[in-house]
Design a protein around this ligand. Structure first.
Ligand code: BTN
Length: 265
C-alpha cells in the first residue's frame, strides 16, 4: 500500500493528494500513467530517486536518491495547447518564489525555463501533455520539477561540472526536500488558482528574473545555428532575438534551443 504524504492538504487545488515514493522511473511518467487511469487533477507525485528522470529535448535528468526534489503535478486544464504551453514559464516563476521564500536566495530564469543560481542550473522543468482531444483541448498535463538540494560538485560529475548547482552550495544547510516541496506546492497551488487570469503578474515577474534578456545568445535550430542578442520577451513568453543583419524574430520555446555565449546562462 502506498501512503499519502503528510504534505497533502485537502484544500489545495494542487497537492490535495501527494504521493511520496522511494523510487520511480520518472515522476512525470508516473503522473501521466495515473492521469490515463483517471487520477484527479491536482495529484502530486514525488520520489526520493528516479531511475529514468527525463529532461527537455529527450535528455536525461540526473536524479540521485535523496539529493534533490523530484516532483510532478497532474493537471486537467481543459484549455488549448497554446495556452497551457505558457505554464512552464509560470512554473519557473513559482519555483523562484518558493526558493526565495524559503532561503532568501534570489534565483534567475534562463529562457525558457531553467532556474539559476549564480548562473548555474538549480532546477529544470518539464511540462508534458497527456491526453488531448480532437479539437486540441489539453485534457491531461504534467508539470515536472527537479530542484537540486544537496548535491556536491562531485555528485554532479564531469558532465554537469560548471553547469549545475544545488542549494547546499549556497547555504550552510540546504532545506529538507519536504520543506522545499511544501513551499513549492504552496506556489503551484496559487499558480493554478490564478492561471491564466494573472498572466500580467507572472509575465512581469518572469521578465524581472530573466537572465537571458540583454545577452548574446546562440540559437540552435534543426536548420543550423545563429548568434544574436536577446532583446525582449513577448506577451506569450516568446524571446525576441535581434540577429546580426538587424532582423528580429520572436522565438518560442518548442522551436529552438538557446545558449548564452558566456557560460551556461
Ligand atoms: C530539464 O532541465 O530539461 C527538465 C528537467 C525536469 C526534471 C524533472 S524531475 C521531476 C520530473 N520527472 C522527470 O522525469 N522529469 C521532471
Amino acid at each position: 500500500m502506498e501512503s499519502l504524504s503528510p504534505l497533502s492538504r485537502p484544500g489545495r487545488a494542487v497537492g490535495h493528494t501527494v504521493i511520496d515514493l522511494d523510487w520511480i522511473d520518472s515522476t512525470n511518467t508516473e503522473c501521466l500513467r495515473r492521469g490515463a487511469d483517471g487520477a484527479p487533477g491536482g495529484l502530486v507525485v514525488m520520489a526520493k530517486g528516479q531511475t529514468a528522470g527525463r529532461g527537455r529535448r529527450g535528455r536525461s535528468f540526473q536524479s540521485l536518491e535523496g539529493k534533490g526534489l523530484y516532483l510532478s503535478a497532474l493537471l486537467r486544464p481543459e484549455r488549448a495547447f497554446s495556452e497551457v504551453a505558457q505554464l512552464t514559464a509560470w512554473t519557473a516563476v513559482a519555483v523562484c518564489r518558493a526558493v526565495e521564500g524559503l532561503t532568501g536566495l534570489s534565483p534567475a530564469i534562463k529562457w525558457p525555463n531553467d532556474v539559476l543560481l549564480d548562473g548555474k542550473k538549480l532546477c529544470g522543468i518539464l511540462t508534458e501533455a497527456g491526453e488531448t482531444d480532437s479539437a486540441g483541448t489539453v485534457k491531461t498535463l504534467v508539470v515536472g520539477i527537479g530542484v537540486n538540494l544537496g548535491q556536491s560538485e562531485e555528485d554532479f560529475g564531469p558532465e554537469l561540472a560548471g553547469i549545475a548547482t544545488s542549494l547546499s552550495q549556497h547555504l550552510p544547510k540546504a532545506p529538507a526536500r519536504e520543506e522545499m516541496a511544501d513551499a513549492l506546492l504552496e506556489e503551484l497551488d496559487r499558480l493554478w488558482r490564478v492561471f491564466p487570469a494573472a498572466k500580467g503578474e507572472y509575465l512581469a515577474a518572469y521578465r524581472a528574473r530573466c537572465a537571458t534578456l540583454g545577452r548574446a545568445v546562440r540559437i540552435l535550430r534543426p536548420d543550423g545555428e545563429w548568434e544574436g542578442q536577446a532583446v525582449g520577451l513577448g506577451e506569450d513568453f516568446s524571446l525576441r532575438v535581434r540577429f546580426a543583419d538587424g532582423q528580429e524574430e520572436d522565438l518560442t520555446a518548442g522551436e529552438v534551443s538557446v545558449r548564452g555565449l558566456l557560460g551556461y546562462q
